[in-house]
Design a protein around this ligand. Structure first.
Ligand code: EPU
Length: 419
């Protein structure tokens, strides 16, 4: 298991190229199951979660070829049962359910277990499939779904924590080949849902309203092969902007869509940083004064849960009292105990973290618990005095392409140690 050693206090500067979005690429790769024809997806990030998805697709019978960010998939003949050993490694593997149902009218996938960021049920995905006429049975840890007559319906994707992102994608992927019209009410509005819809439209699907609360899908008889470029990863971009903020220097993220990042750049401006979008780049510079923040995570277009841990790392050394409330995954606070081991002063009250900024963190051995928590610990290590040893970094490799190399190119000193 690799670990990362972050030598604190090195100032970052320069520009970093942002990779394609993990959370767009995963359902888009799954969507290639919807056609027998070949699809080409570009700007696919090189991440372990992407590797798991491609392995699942190969196991289902797809021909998969991959070369530097480009993936070609041909799902001519496919199986409908995904192997447990691979599916269990990644929760996002549930997004093969929608395309398998749409194309083959049946799917068997093992149910995802709990996860450190919370309970993470898939009840809304299953209710959506049932609304489209599917019969869902759970037994032996698997969910088996049969849908001989998939037909359009009204479907709600609203949970008490906000709309479900992968659930919206899953129902959309089943509905594109259903008979008649499906209306998804309370749809997730995330850019990743829009990206998936754009790929489906390129394959011949009829979809309107992606990016709003109401998506309308007119079922078609079949889809064809298509080419698609994945959108930039707004969370990777946000993470590097926070790296610049923590280092107190000028950093530019390039190949990004600034409009997707306003919920992150807004609070960074409010905290006193100077943010300049310019075409497909955003530059962050330190302002004259830093201020504490009140942040609430909410679904898009609000402040994203996937940036909460990284912002906690920044606010840990921002003078004053910041209050961060997690509304999407109320238990997503595994990074707090680790930040406290580095000297942060944080009081966790239910799903709210009350952060009293300290002037300096100190390096310590810390444990990564999930993807964004590990990123937060690396960011905290950039500011800390001495060396921060981040263990279990396989979490970070699930969602950040070469984060250590990219940070080193900006001037950080990070070593990856094989243990
Ligand atoms: N929920 C339900 N029932 C469901 C589905 C979701 O109650 O059937 C609840 C969840 O428990 C949660 C809320 O709805 O409280 C939102 O969860 P959502 O379904 O939107 O999460 P997801 O689609 O499984 C994606 C991203 C996550 C990101 C969330 C929220 C992918 C592969 N994952 O997950 O990304 O945090 O949306 O934006 O797209 C990450 O990249 O680090 C990550 C965890």
């Amino acid at each position: 298991m690799d670990k990362i050693l972050v030598h604190g206090g090195h100032r970052l500067s320069g520009s970093v190229k942002i990779s394609g979005s993990k959370n767009s690429a995963l359902p888009i790769l799954a969507a290639t199951l919807l056609t027998r024809e070949s699809c080409t997806i570009s700007r696919v990030p090189d991440l372990s979660d992407i590797h798991y998805m491609l392995t699942i697709l190969s196991e289902l019978g797809c021909e998969v070829e991959r070369a530097s960010g480009m993936v070609q998939i041909k799902a001519e003949k496919i199986k409908t049962q995904a192997p447990y050993e691979i599916v269990r490694k990644m929760r996002a593997s549930v997004c093969i359910l929608g395309p398998l149902l749409g194309r083959e009218h049946e799917a068997t996938v093992s149910l995802p277990g709990g996860c450190v960021i919370g309970d993470r049920p898939i009840d809304l995905h299953l209710q959506g499939f049932e609304a489209l006429g599917a019969a869902v049975r759970v037994s032996g840890g698997n969910v088996k779904i049969l849908a001989p007559n998939l037909r359009g319906a009204m479907v709600s994707m609203r949970s008490k924590f906000g709309s479900t992102v992968l659930g919206t994608g899953n129902v959309m992927m089943a509905a594109v080949l259903a008979d008649g019209t499906t209306v998804i009410d309370g749809a997730a509005e995330e850019p990743e849902v829009v990206d998936l819809a754009n790929f489906l439209i390129a394959m011949g699907a009829k979809i309107e309203g992606a990016g709003t609360r109401k998506i309308t899908i007119e079922g078609v008889k079949e889809l064809h092969g298509a080419e698609h470029e994945v959108i930039p990863d707004r969370i990777e971009a946000g993470t590097f902007l926070v790296a610049g903020a923590i280092s107190g220097t000028e950093v530019t993220v390039s190949r990004v869509t600034p409009a997707h990042l306003t919920a992150v750049t807004g609070p960074l401006s409010e905290a006193g940083f100077d943010i300049k979008p310019n075409g497909n780049q955003i530059t962050i510079r330190p302002g004259t004064k830093r201020s504490a923040l009140k942040l609430d995570t909410v679904p898009y277009p609000g402040f994203p849960t996937d940036m909460q841990a990284q912002m906690c790392a920044l606010l840990a050394t921002t003078e004053g009292i910041s209050v961060v409330t997690e509304n999407v995954f109320p238990q997503r606070f595994m990074h707090i105990a680790e930040l406290k081991r580095m000297g942060a002063s944080i009081d966790l009250q239910g799903s709210t973290a009350v952060i009293r900024g300290v002037s300096q963190l100190s390096g310590a051995p810390v444990m990564a618990s999930d993807l964004r928590a590990s990123a937060a610990l690396v960011l905290a290590g950039l500011q800390a005095d001495g060396v921060t040893e981040v263990n279990r970094v396989y979490h970070i490799d699930r969602g950040y392409e070469s984060i250590d190399e990219k940070l080193n190119e900006l001037g950080a000193r990070i070593e990856r140690v094989k243990t």
